[in-house]
Design a protein around this ligand. Structure first.
Ligand SMILES: [Zn+2]
Length: 98
């Protein structure tokens, strides 16, 4: 079967920024076409979400919104040291799409 993109169901949530509906390649596991899923376990000192359990918040951002934000310097690329040794800290740098 060669399913076309429009044959896939919508993701449970649209793009967080623009509200554009997204198609879910995985049909239920939130793997949107032309978009990325972002998640957070929360952290201190957030006053909004820091449950300390196994739950996460999830948002989708479409590629157009990511590209627009990155072009305006609002996206960081985080890189961990090879092998991610214990206690290692990541580096951050502005990320811009090619
Ligand atoms: Zn969007």
């Amino acid at each position: 079967m060669n399913a076309k993109r429009h044959d896939y169901p919508d993701t449970m949530i649209p793009c967080f920024r623009c509200g554009k509906p997204l198609k879910d390649w995985s049909a239920g596991n939130n793997q949107p076409f032309d978009a990325l899923e972002f998640s957070s376990y929360g952290h201190y000192p957030s006053s909004l979400f820091d449950p300390g359990d196994a739950s996460e918040l999830v948002v989708n951002l479409c590629d157009d919104c990511i590209r627009a934000g990155a072009t305006q310097g609002r996206v960081l690329r985080r890189t961990w040291p090879e092998g991610r040794p214990r206690g290692a800290m990541p580096s951050y740098e502005p990320w811009r799409p090619k």
